[in-house]
Write a new protein. Structure first.
Length: 65
């Protein structure tokens, strides 16, 4: 019984740290997107479009070798 509680507590701590890191990253990304939109008029769609172009360029470069 005690071993089960210890394992459950360890799993809970690991999941809690993972949740905190995920929420922290999501809030940071959201803040950056909002600042880019307010400051420069860059929308998340613009950023996504450039990311997709970059990945296509990388795949074309990789396939060209």
């Amino acid at each position: 019984m005690i071993a089960t509680l210890i394992v459950a507590w360890i799993i809970f701590i690991i999941l809690w740290k993972l949740l905190k890191a995920t929420v922290s990253s999501a809030l940071t990304i959201a803040a950056i997107l909002i600042l880019l939109n307010i400051s420069f008029g860059i929308t998340p769609q613009d950023i996504w479009h450039h990311i997709m172009q970059f990945t296509q360029t990388l795949s074309q470069f990789q396939n060209g070798k």
